[in-house]
Design a binder for this molecule. Structure first.
Ligand SMILES: Nc1ncnc2c1ncn2[C@@H]1O[C@H](COP(=O)(O)OP(=O)(O)O)[C@@H](O)[C@H]1O
Ligand SMILES: [Mg+2]
Length: 478
């Protein structure tokens, strides 16, 4: 042993320390070939370049060898085909191999059976697959300037959901953008308008409406929000008490015998309010009149629509500006009714609310929306809000909590101020922000849980689906 040659002794030491590293530091051994392709206009220029390359490598104590007689194999192996035709390899441990892969990208690729396609990763071009049901809170927001592709994104997700899962889908559509797609998939479009024959009873309720013993507490929140929409100036405490008292009375017969024909109508509530002694009650009744016997009596009817279709779209376009917010609120309530029924059937309900900022302006309505946002998860609901007004989310701390209760956020092109807000609330780096600055329609940033990746989606335009989803006036099918 004493007369072992020096180099052999060194080899033994090296091997032992390598083995030690592999065992103790969770390293692996890789066989790697590192190829550099050089080009020159002629032979002498090529030799020049090769000399320079060798010089650079030598400075870092590396030796480059020419692939004499193997140029073709060398070129083919350096193409990104994952095919090494060169028979020279050397061993490297994980740490040393990693140096040669300096470009790390975050990927979103869920292997869940219900994961949906959200575009391509703009950095790596890998497919983005995500399953919102895997998130702590599957609710989501789609944010972007007009024309950035918010509705388009929602429609793409709706198509994928219909084809991949068994979930139900409801859309609150203030601009009548979704009906071509909904009709094509055999869904039901419910037109909410003063001339429509599809009626919705604003007083609808079912016994599962709330998790508490009393389904009325939630219904009362909703009706208070409805009254707030009628009184643009807000409700006084006295008015709130009167309304609350009458709500309890009006549902009495339903609660003692919960049959559909015992569900009250708005006119029943109106009559009750009128009989209250307070002066405020008379004011309330007069304000309510137009919704009961006047022009806006649309919601004072028994529900005639059937929400059993897997895909339902409420079209609110024909309600004027004044009724639109009320309409959206009523639709939220109908959606909640369906979500509670679906929970018993163990079916998830996905809801899309376009122009959600219209529900965040007034206090009571905003509160109802926020509470709805928080409740949905427990009931197997998956809410998605679409809006161009990111600033509205800062109006109050309660509204900001929508951010915290949404683990899926899709950011399309953003205006300057909105970018700053998002950067602050969602911890987005300046580099990432560049993907939502002047970005083309259908591309931006996708935040799923704690992972944020830039994405692109160029939906092929010569397809039936594109024609059903576009909102560009010159592309819309007649
Ligand atoms: N992923 C996409 N691929 C191709 N075109 C898109 C994509 N997303 C949006 N667009 C184009 O942009 C237009 C506007 O999109 P839309 O969703 O209606 O905008 P928004 O709802 O944000 O106002 C669409 O009609 C479509 O032509
Ligand atoms: Mg839109």
């Amino acid at each position: 042993m004493d007369i072992l040659p020096l180099d052999l002794q060194e080899n033994i030491e090296e091997t032992t320390s390598l083995l030690e590293t592999l065992k103790s530091r969770n390293e692996h051994m890789f066989l790697a070939a590192i190829l550099i392709t050089s080009f020159g206009k002629n032979k002498s220029q090529l030799e020049d370049i090769n000399k320079q390359l060798k010089g650079v490598a030598q400075k870092h104590s590396c030796e480059l060898k020419l692939l004499n007689y193997q140029q073709e194999q060398g070129l083919n192996s350096s193409l990104p085909l994952g095919n090494n035709l060169i028979k020279i390899q050397r061993s490297l441990i994980t740490t040393s191999t990693a140096i040669f892969v300096p470009f790390t990208t975050e990927e979103l690729c869920s292997s869940s059976r219900e994961s949906l396609y959200y575009g391509l990763n703009a950095l790596s071009n890998n497919i983005i697959l995500a399953d919102r049901k895997e998130l702590k809170n599957p609710n989501g927001l789609i944010l972007g300037t007009p024309g950035s592709g918010k509705s388009f994104m929602a429609k793409r997700e709706i198509c994928n959901t219909l084809l991949t899962t068994n979930d139900d889908i409801i859309i609150s559509d203030p601009e009548n953008e979704f009906s071509p797609l909904v009709n094509a998939f055999g869904g039901q479009v419910i037109n909410i308008s003063p001339n429509s024959k599809d009626f919705i009873n604003i007083m609808d309720i079912n016994l599962n409406y709330s998790d508490d013993d009393n389904p009325l507490s939630l219904k009362s929140d909703f009706l208070l929000a409805f009254f707030e929409q009628i009184f643009s100036k807000g409700l006084t405490p006295i008015e709130k008490s009167i309304i609350d008292r009458c709500i309890k009375l009006v549902y009495q017969s339903y609660l003692s015998s919960p049959k559909d024909e015992n569900i009250p109508l708005l006119i029943d509530l109106y009559n009750l309010i009128k009989t209250q002694k307070e002066l405020e009650a008379q004011n309330l009744a007069v304000a309510l009149e137009i919704y009961v016997t006047g022009n806006f009596n649309y919601f004072n009817n028994r529900t005639t629509v059937d929400l059993n279709n897997r895909l339902v779209c409420f079209n609110l376009k024909e309600l004027g500006t004044q009724l639109k917010k009320v309409g959206m609120l009523v639709v939220q309530d109908q959606i909640w009714n369906k979500v509670t029924r679906n929970r018993n059937l163990k079916v998830a309900t996905r809801t899309y609310m376009d122009e959600i900022h219209l529900q965040l302006k007034e206090k009571q309505t905003a509160n109802y929306t926020i509470e709805n946002w928080k409740r949905q998860r427990k009931y197997g609901g998956i809410l998605t809000g679409l809006t161009q007004n990111v600033k509205d989310f800062l109006a109050s701390p309660e509204i900001t909590s929508i951010f915290e209760n949404s683990d899926f956020i899709c950011m399309l092109n953003q205006g300057g101020g909105d970018r700053e807000i998002l950067a602050k609330y969602l911890n987005i780096s300046p580099t990432q922000l560049s993907y939502v600055t002047d970005s083309p329609a259908g591309s931006g940033l996708l935040k799923v849980g704690n992972t944020t990746v830039p994405f692109v989606d160029k939906f092929p335009k010569d397809t039936e689906l594109y024609r059903l989803m576009t909102t560009k006036p010159n592309e819309i099918i007649k």
